[in-house]
Design a protein around this ligand. Structure first.
Ligand code: HDE
Length: 712
């Protein structure tokens, strides 16, 4: 029987068929307009669910243009994913300059006090493909497009201040090594495999970045709690023409916060979109993520060194003790993208998108990047006109002479496609050096053509050692365990041995711990490095004797803000909804989120229930609370309640209980005298304040250390 139109498919009316208010008419005529379904040519169609057939049981007719257009377009919906940084999440926001950077740079968006600039920021993992999990161990990207009045400036940064390699020519090798093995295409989004550690252990310049991402920095708790770093040294120029060498930082207002490894692994299964969801939820709930932009400003010295550190070597950082980070502006991410593909996927960043006042240096890694980004985007975005895509369009006026090409969407007028011309009145003209015009700084260039590194690039171990020394004991334990995990996943003993030899050059204790974990003897300390010029202590790099730097450890004495953090509260029908309301209000004042976990969805009185033990996971909570009135409830007896509590305890999270909620902790053997476990007979302001403080400290670090020492 023919079923040409189902009953619910009433013809379109002036309200949308979903019952939702009519879609807003977009100012972009190429996106949806009005409520009627049309073809790409604007033809209204009467049916989109049935192909045109010769009778209900007959063959489909080739003349069905709507069918062919619909399927053909679908067939081409995917574009190549980024070769690196394929998986990402992004948001719109605003950057406000404090104005104090005017002494360093003439870039208007930094130098003008109170100047607000629209931005689009994309966070990403590096290794995994678009569908991979968010919480894998990886370096992460932190790219920001500043739509300034002087043209678009892209700060294409990472969340770790140094990079694996010193020269762009090694980038294909690095990425081939870390991507899945070419035969079976496994493992996905992991560095824990032979080819990566084979490469990393033989090019020991990787050792600084690898120790960073073996630490908590490789598994951030959320994108909201990552630092960002421009990595390279840039040259800034102020309005008087004075130049400085500068390193660029993003400092998260919410503090640096990482996962522990088990949490990261659980999240990969329970919620592979963990970071993407967290960013979008926080923005939707008004807990806008914020960062301050900071600059380390160093003299533009002839040798481009600063206190023994080669500023052209991207495997080196400058300790903040030697050069403080000066805060020059604030980034607030306040709006989620409307369409993932149009914005997050199609955005194209480029470290060469500069504005007057910010220029590049001779860092050989940066120089290679200046070639790579445009090149890859021509393939990924299907031709040279992707700057016309809405997300990539500059907010400054454009008068280029770029013409034609795939996907040209501009209708250029006139004859002025060459210079000099007379037929177009000589326009457009190049600008004389003036404010707002980009003039490359004249810098002398000399030297023989060579494939060589400077001697100062040869020190591969001083700064990894400084990093190791700067970690707290529990962070050191987690870092050593990460090496044991990663190398333990390698099959080749020779690869493990090579990496152990590199670790021996960083720190004997680190090496001994990892060797013990792998069940092999400590190696003799031979580096095994294949790259020319590599070695220990060759040339400068001693960072003027700084052996420990404060900016690295996440363990702080004072609690930070708990904005956007999520507290899971177990409560059930026997609990007092008034108490839940008091707690909710107190947490809301801190801009933290409270989620009630009960034995059923719906409400407890007027309090909404967001989770049941079936849908709740420990990984989504920064602290777990047990309300009074639970002890006899089915919720208390649920096996997942137990596992959530045990995981929260094991991961060093705050655990709070009052009234008979304390009995539930006792029943499951949670040590109520442990650090960060807070109990009382009733919900008091002290208990609430204790909770806020404990979350602000991120974790009960001593508890984690005690569990680690006990081997649990
Ligand atoms: Fe990238 N990088 N990169 N990179 N990179 C790309 O460009 C490349 C490096 C970074 O959210 C690609 O459009 C080379 C350092 C981020 O869209 C590609 C080298 C840093 C993103 C590329 C590096 C970065 C990319 C892939 C060694 C931190 C994501 C897709 C010389 C300072 C941008 C694309 C986004 C993306 C090349 C090293 C950051 C292939 C050759 C160092 C955050 O062009």
């Amino acid at each position: 029987m023919s079923a040409r139109r189902e009953p619910d498919q009433t013809p379109p009316t002036d309200v949308s068929p979903t019952g939702a208010p009519p879609a807003q008419t977009s100012p972009d005529p190429r996106s949806q307009q009005g409520d009627r379904l049309t073809t790409a040519q604007g033809l209204r169609v009467d049916d989109t669910d049935h192909s045109l057939k010769a009778g209900p049981r007959g063959p489909v007719l080739l003349e069905d243009h709507h069918l062919r257009e619909k399927i053909t377009h679908f067939d081409h919906e995917r574009i190549p994913e980024r070769v690196v940084h394929a998986r990402g999440a992004a948001a719109h926001g605003v950057f406000t300059a404090y104005g104090n950077a005017s002494a360093i740079t003439k870039a208007g968006f930094l130098a003008t006090e109170g100047q607000e600039t629209e931005v689009f920021t994309r966070f990403s993992t590096v290794v995994g493909s678009r569908g991979s999990a968010d919480t894998v161990r990886d370096v992460r990207g932190f790219s920001t497009k500043f739509y300034t009045e002087e043209g678009t400036y892209d700060l294409v940064a990472n969340v770790i201040p140094v990079f694996f390699i010193q020269d762009a020519i090694k980038f294909p090798d690095l990425i081939h090594a870390v991507k899945p093995h070419p035969d079976r295409e496994i493992p996905q989004a992991q560095s824990a495999h032979d080819t990566f550690w084979d490469f990393a252990s033989r090019h020991t310049e990787t050792q600084h970045t690898t120790i960073w991402f073996m630490s908590g920095r490789g598994i951030p708790a959320s994108y909201r709690t990552v630092e960002g770093f421009g990595v390279h040294t840039f040259r800034m120029e102020n309005a008087e023409g004075k130049t400085s060498l500068v390193k660029i930082h993003w400092k998260p207002v919410a503090g640096v916060h990482s996962m522990v490894w088990e949490e990261a692994q659980l999240a990969q299964g329970a919620d592979p979109d963990f970071h993407r969801r967290d960013l979008a939820d926080a923005i939707e709930h008004g807990a806008f993520p914020e960062w301050e932009l900071g600059l380390q400003v160093m003299p533009d010295s002839e040798d481009e060194m600063f206190m023994g550190i080669d500023l052209l070597d991207p495997t080196k950082l400058v300790p903040e003790e030697l050069c403080p980070v000066q805060k020059v502006g604030r980034l607030v991410l306040n709006a989620n993208p409307t369409n993932y593909f149009a914005e997050t996927e199609q955005v194209a960043f480029h470290p060469g998108h500069l504005v007057p006042g910010i220029q590049v240096t001779n860092d050989p890694l940066l120089q290679g990047r200046l070639f790579s980004y445009l090149d890859t985007q021509i393939t990924r975005l299907g031709g040279p006109n992707f700057a016309q895509l809405p997300i990539n369009r500059t907010h400054a006026p454009v008068n280029d002479m770029l013409r034609d090409g795939m996907h040209q969407t501009a209708i250029h007028e006139g004859l002025g496609t060459y210079l000099p011309n007379t037929l177009a009145g000589g326009l457009p003209t190049a600008s004389p050096a003036a404010p707002g015009v980009f003039v490359t700084l004249p810098k002398p260039v000399a030297g023989d053509k060579v494939r060589e590194n400077p001697l100062s690039f040869g020190d591969h171990f001083t700064q990894p050692r400084m990093f190791w020394n700067s970690l707290s004991p529990i962070e050191q334990a987690h870092t050593a365990a990460a090496y044991v995990f990663e190398l333990g996943k390698c099959y080749e003993q020779s690869v493990r041995d090579h990496q152990l030899r590199a670790l021996a050059k960083i720190d004997a204790d680190l090496c001994a711990r990892v060797a013990a974990g792998l069940g092999v003897p400590v190696p003799d300390g031979e580096s095994g490095d294949a790259s020319p010029g590599a070695g220990e202590g060759l040339g400068a790099g001693d960072a003027d004797g700084v052996t420990r730097t404060a900016a690295i450890s996440e363990v702080k004495d004072d609690p930070g803000p708990i904005i956007g953090r999520v507290i899971g509260v177990f409560a059930d029908d026997g609990s007092d909804e008034e108490e839940l309301s008091v707690l909710r209000t107190a947490l809301k004042a801190e801009q933290a989120d409270l989620k009630v976990i009960a034995s059923h969805l719906g409400t407890l009185g007027v309090q909404p229930v967001e989770r049941t033990p079936v849908t709740a996971r420990s990984i989504e909570f920064d602290a777990v609370v047990l309300a009074d009135g639970l002890a006899a409830s089915p919720l208390a007896a649920h096996p997942r309640t137990r596992s959530i509590l045990e995981e929260a305890f094991r991961h060093g999270k705050a655990i709070v209980a009052w009234g008979d909620g304390v009995e539930v902790l006792d029943a499951y053997g949670i040590d109520t005298s442990a650090e960060g476990v807070l109990t009382d007979t009733e919900l008091t302001p002290d208990l609430t304040q204790g909770l806020v403080r404990a979350v602000g400290l991120h974790r009960a670090w001593e508890r984690l250390a005690a569990l680690d020492a006990a081997g649990t």
